[in-house]
Design a protein around this ligand. Structure first.
Ligand SMILES: *Cc1c(COP(=O)(O)O)cnc(C)c1O
Length: 457
């Protein structure tokens, strides 16, 4: 069926109107931040079975559907949205998703989307420059940080065991990572054929930060176990606590011992854009590879993640042994050789449009503001009886406890009330409440209200 362009225009208008109202009321904190209707009831309310069976949606029917759909979801623009590290998307990125949905230039090869591929290329060059890799670095955008970590470790595997792609994986490879590393790294080790047991934990401080002084001992353990380090992973920042590892210290150690250094900057690499926070990533240019999610702190929808390597050839080696066929001539270039995916979405466009609208400066200011808000929660909470904070936050993630009781129960209560969306994390085996300040609408009033609500005032 060809598009009825008049119908499309009306339906798109409905979408814009509904979304505008949705974001407006969310930003003002009017409706509940999360809805928790049971799935069966929700399917009924949305009329899913009937729509699937009968079809026949019109712009009017769609308007009604969309209103319920949005109202029954989770509101990431809401000031009380303090749960997961999922972006509160900015509208230029939302426009990019819309454009992609209609134009669908899937970017597997240059001829399937010259503009999309060129935008991705330039966005990557910008990211490489920010990371300090410059002209000699390589990059690719992929669907999410988990896939990005897998891709970076594949490059590390190709460096440590160049024949693994054709002959299989040697049994002696090890991946060194702190237990605070994101679970996608252990998964990647399993997917890459190393096996979970090849992940050897690094010594950390009680907050899960890599203990640089104990790195030689870790390397010695790996060697005594008859293994070779394939890569060492550091957090920038860690998912649970939002704390950064000492990248310069770790990077220097890795360089001295010829160990591939991978930095998981999924959440925290965006601090490179804030003059006041760039020091947290000091030493990142020493990393052999890093990842950086745009769908966390660059305010794009899920998913858009970058894999960056200090040497371009390392990334090309990830999926094959021959040299790069990437070129920037009359025929364009193909990045398909650098990803797990064949087709992929126009990921560069959403990063680009946010940059084009807000500027690097605007995105940096956003990061600085959100990091400051988490710090503010720490300042305000510390003064109140019953609240304990195990550390001063470095990013927009902060963990704390209220009282000695079950913290998960507090979280459940807040979510049932629709008042606040928090998550929780274990630190040293103790469950903490965890706030991630993603929405620009979160202010001091929100944070005071959160502390009031937790304390039951
Ligand atoms: C979120 C996160 C990931 C996973 O990224 P996805 O895009 O959700 O797959 C990996 N590492 C860290 C440190 C993260 O915070």
């Amino acid at each position: 069926m060809i598009w009825n362009v008049e119908e499309f225009t009306r339906a798109a208008g409905v979408t814009v109107e509904r979304l505008a109202a949705y974001v407006e009321e969310s930003q003002r904190g009017l409706p509940p931040v999360v809805a928790r209707r049971p799935p069966r009831e929700l399917a009924e309310r949305l009329g899913l079975a009937r729509w699937i069976r009968e079809g026949g949606m019109t712009p009017e029917g769609y308007a009604g559907f969309l209103a319920v759909y949005l109202a029954e979801g989770t509101r990431l623009h809401h000031p009380a949205s303090l749960g997961h590290q999922v972006a509160s998307p900015d509208f230029p990125a939302a426009l990019a998703d819309f454009v992609h949905g209609a134009a669908n230039n899937p970017m597997a090869i240059y001829e399937m989307g010259a503009s999309a591929a060129t935008v991705e290329f330039e966005v990557l060059r910008w990211m490489l420059d920010k990371a300090g890799y410059g002209e000699t670095g390589g990059g690719v955008l992929t669907h999410g940080g988990s896939l990005a970590n897998l891709t970076a470790l594949l490059a590390a595997r190709a460096a440590a065991a160049p024949r693994a792609w054709t002959d299989g994986v040697p049994a002696d490879l090890a991946l060194l990572a702190p237990e605070s590393a994101h679970y996608s790294l252990t998964r990647a080790a399993a997917i890459l054929g190393l096996g979970e047991r090849a992940v050897m934990p690094l010594d950390t401080d009680p907050l899960g930060r890599i203990d640089v002084a104990r790195l030689p001992a870790a390397l010695e353990r790996v060697r005594r176990a008859g293994r070779r380090p394939m890569a060492l992973v550091a957090n920038a920042c860690s998912t649970g606590t939002g704390l950064y590892d000492d990248l310069r210290g770790i990077g220097a150690f890795c360089a001295a011992h010829g160990v591939w250094f991978h930095v998981d900057g999924a959440h925290g690499a965006s601090a490179l854009l804030s003059a006041g926070h760039r020091r947290l990533l000091d030493g990142i240019e020493l990393a052999d590879s890093m990842i950086w999610d745009a769908h966390k702190m660059l305010r794009t929808s899920s998913l858009a993640a970058a894999v960056l390597t200090r040497r371009e050839g390392d990334l090309d080696a990830a999926f094959r042994q021959r040299a790069s066929y990437l070129f920037y001539g009359d025929q364009g270039f193909d990045l398909i050789g650098r990803t797990v995916e064949c087709s992929k979405a126009e990921l560069g466009l959403k990063v680009f449009l946010n940059l084009a609208w807000r500027g690097e400066r605007g995105l940096g200011d956003y990061v600085a503001r959100q990091y400051a808000a988490a710090h503010r929660l720490w300042e305000l909470g510390r003064e109140r009886p019953g609240f304990t904070f195990p550390y001063e936050p470095e990013s927009n993630i902060v963990c704390f406890r209220y009282g000695a009781g079950d913290q998960a129960e507090i979280r459940e209560r807040l979510m049932d009330e629709g008042a606040f969306h928090l998550t929780s994390a274990e630190i040293g085996g103790v469950r903490h409440l965890r706030a991630t300040v993603m929405a620009p609408a979160t202010d001091d009033k929100t944070l005071e209200a959160l502390l009031d609500r937790i304390a039951g005032a």
